[in-house]
Design a binder for this molecule. Structure first.
Ligand SMILES: *Cc1c(COP(=O)(O)O)cnc(C)c1O
Length: 356
């Protein structure tokens, strides 16, 4: 158990009013969690302090070589006023995979969960209650040694900040257009694609800009070696319904193992739908689309839960998916996961945990 000290903010910020659009990632709560790591001493001084700027040396290693990791999860307000977390043990375990890959010392999963839970409990009045809104939780670790040599840092900061966020879909789940990228790649096997780390996002920006400029909202990445097999889409995992089967790329080291991905697989198997985790070539999608068996395409991630795909661009070809509205399986998955998250449905899997 961490002995978390609490230093309350002298003055609290004004919380957003009910009905006020929150957007994503702009607003932050009154407090943050901080814990230091020092070589020889381990993780120490866990504390919740007023949200404030950090003071770091310009030589701090994170600024130069990107030794950092992050996580992303949410707290949900139920209609009867409870605050829930969803599968937070999965984020704690994934953090270990990311830390190991980045040579960042591990945070024991029970400490990770305790830190998240304690901070959210302190900030529970910040969990918004409008339909579809949530409190986004961003844990992250940065390397803080002031040293320009390339080596793992000997000191780190683990922080958690919280941001009230709006409903992802203000007006129903509108399918988006996806750009299958044939030049840039995001990650390769042996690289750090499976880790949640800033460098992967930095690597993704150029293609994202290119896709936006061409009128598509997200990039679908292919494997970095043959540029033939589907990996994932933007900051989401990707699923296809082909000929009645739910198909998603298998985890191969370059794909981020999403908590939502795992939940979707779990639900589909629970419902008795045929599920396949395997390699999927772009060519297979093209023939499935031509023969009419590419029934649904959707991305999965904590932010959107399900993001239906209405069209896929590959080189000079644009493939339309279904009739331009969300497919029935995508909708059912969305309704079930969000129902569990906000407490309107039974939770047969024990995914939902109360904070207060
Ligand atoms: C976070 C993330 C996902 C989705 O993971 P969830 O745990 O479902 O939110 C997918 N791909 C990438 C690259 C990510 O960073």
């Amino acid at each position: 158990m961490l002995d978390i000290k609490l230093e309350r903010a002298a003055a609290l910020k004004t919380k957003p009013a009910v009905g006020q659009p929150l957007g994503f990632g702009h607003l932050f709560t009154d407090h943050m969690f901080v814990m230091n790591y020092t070589e020889g001493k381990g993780w120490h001084d866990p504390r919740i302090v007023p949200f404030s700027n950090l003071s770091l040396s310009p030589a701090a290693m994170v600024f130069h070589y990107g030794q950092e990791m992050f996580e992303g999860l949410k707290a949900y307000r139920s209609a009867d006023g409870h605050t829930y977390l969803f599968r937070r043990d999965m984020n704690a375990k994934r953090a270990i995979q990311s830390n190991d890959r980045l040579c960042i010392p591990r945070i024991p999963p029970e400490d990770f969960v305790q830190a998240v839970r304690t901070l959210v409990a302190v900030e529970r009045d910040w969990v918004p209650s409008d339909p579809g809104t949530s409190l986004y939780i961003r844990p992250f670790v940065i390397a803080t040694d002031d040293f320009l040599g390339v080596a793992p840092s000997k000191t780190y900061l683990f922080l958690i900040i919280l941001s009230p966020s709006g409903a992802y879909y203000e007006s129903g789940l509108a399918p988006v257009g996806i750009w299958i990228e044939d030049d840039y790649v995001r990650a390769v096997r042996g690289g750090m694609g499976f880790a949640k780390t800033g460098g992967n996002y930095a690597a993704s920006l150029a293609a994202q800009v290119k896709a936006h400029d061409s009128g598509f909202s997200q990039v679908l990445w292919l494997d970095g070696v043959e540029r033939k097999y589907i990996e994932e889409v933007g900051a989401m995992n990707i699923f296809f319904k082909i000929d009645g089967k739910i198909v998603t790329p298998m985890l191969n080291g370059s794909i981020l193992p999403g908590v939502t991905r795992d939940s979707v697989l779990h639900l589909c198997r629970h419902w008795g739908l045929p599920v396949e985790e395997r390699r999927i070539a772009v060519d297979e999608l093209i023939s499935a689309q031509e023969s009419g068996s590419l029934e649904e395409v959707f991305g999965t991630g904590t932010a959107a839960v399900i993001s239906p795909v209405g069209k896929l661009r590959w080189k000079d070809r644009v493939m339309m998916i279904g009739d331009g509205t969300i497919g029935p399986v995508s909708q059912k998955i969305y309704d079930t996961i969000t129902g569990i998250q906000w407490g309107t449905l039974e939770d047969p899997f024990g995914w939902r945990v109360t904070v207060d």
